[in-house]
Design a protein around this ligand. Sequence first.
Ligand code: F6R
Length: 615
Amino acid sequence: MCGIVGAVAEREVRDILLEGLKRLEYRGYDSAGLALITTDATTSDTRINTVKTVGKVNKLVTATTKAKASGRIGIAHTRWATHGKPSVANAHPHRSGDDIALVHNGIIENYESLRTLLKKQGYRFDTDTDTEAIAHLIHHYREGNKHSLLSAVKKAIKLLEGAYGLCVIDNNEPDKLVVARSGSPLVIGVGIGENFVASDPLALGQVTDRFIYLEEGDIAQVERESVNIWHKGKKVKREITTVAHQNNDSDKGRYEHFMLKEIYEQPKVIKDTLDGRISKTSVLEQAFGIEAPGLFDKVTSVQIVACGTSSHAGLVAKYWIESIAKVPCQVDIASDYRYRDIIVLPGTLFITISQSGETADTLAALRYAKKLGYVATLAICNVATSSLVRESDINMLTMAGQEIGVASTKAFTTQLTILLVLAIVLGRRTGLKPAAETKLVKELHKLPSIIEKALGLKKQIKTISKQFSDKHHSLFLGRGIQYPVAKEGALKLKEISYIHAEAYPAGELKHGPLALVDNKMPVVAVAPNNDLLGKLKANLSEVSARGGKLYVFADESINFASEKRLKVINVPSCSEVLAPIVFTVPLQLLSYYVAITKGTDVDHPRNLAKSVTVE
Ligand code: F6R
């Protein structure tokens, strides 16, 4: 997704901007660019120098060096195309005349009417983007040099409908960055005699650890020695937060891809997620904040909202919350939730799940939910400083560390881990006995080592992955709580190997999808040792009878035997409650190795972005 970096300093800022863009690379993008205000050494005249390229940031580095672009103030951007194809023209920064340059994250919904309006004023449009209209609008409100850049931006944003994080420079005021936030995150990095702007603090880890998080509707003027912020026309003060660990984990170490590294980190990050949250025998619920226990006391039902992989975590959690806590739980996709009429039962806890905490649909759902009378809002998130966490009443952070691979792996299993802890916390209030809690907590303690064992399946999975490389379609089957696990397995496979993969509850096969099964269709099934095993086996026989090739990930205690056209992969034995987390791991490895066999760009799958900050 798009990324913004800006800097104003006494020193040269070009490399700061480029390093910032590199740190944002993992979010996915298709083009990049920067604009620097360059001062002529002899005349002291200034001018804006813009360099833009399609493709990776390295290309921009080369082009910037070639163009000898330099400056002490500048803005930079990585773009993920929404309006108009990836091209040099459509890449940011966008210009209006010689003086204004601007970078933008988000989507302007009324850009067509703005274009019409501006064309009537004599502006010419050279790109297909929504952003170019903002540049011209600001230029228009400058009225030559009659109004300052700040007041022109203030006027311009009044006309914008949609979402934006903006950073603007003006050659007439070559010492200022003007930024505005509405629906797209922006932070100001505070330095000594220099200041910075970014859409994610991660981009500025090399220059500062002190940040001001702009709030919705904030406008700021950032100069070398000062930061001034306005909100609804009034000057406001915003707190400076120190953020440790501005390291982007950008080292793949001995792994070929971030995705594989992140799959292998799971035992550790699950342990980190449990640390301080459980004792040997019980959950330490105070770890979730002082208000949390009081809020949990009021909960009689749960509404979960999330997108993609995070929504699969929600679907698994529904089973845990209903079986352990006996509390009804509903799960919605964020992009649908916000557009339907919601009936909120008294005592309902609203939960969002998100790795990034910046997913536009999930954030919008949270904002919508806050008006609906939920008992509280809880964010389950991997980024402590994200908008989602900051805007929720309470949070339970996953400790996955930064996830760089676009396909989510360790974020998912840590989300599941914390959701199981949550089910126990809620269960305490609805009759879960201390002995039953202790049993569950002891299971949680075993989780990292079982996952470690599951990673040992790598070699076997690598071998079978070769049988998928010429396939175009596949089916994933699971029953009950394993159905969302099958959905997650199918999502991983399609995302990174581009093989069409569909997940079905195994009991639904005969109601339609069985028609797809022939000897070319690989069918993947997850078979933990639970009460539904007999029924699952019957469903698998339906596949075998139609000549389908089965790959069954089965709990080793079942002693499921391989046969002709049925390959059993024995998964380390685990309790029923842990099975959704444990069985996820071999499915991640399967998708990874199929993608490797096919030679796709595993960490940056086509058309996808890491953090989806547009609707
Ligand atoms: C899939 C994947 C996505 C995300 C989804 C939500 O591997 O990563 O489906 O899960 O875009 O993102 P977050 O969790 O950041 O809200």
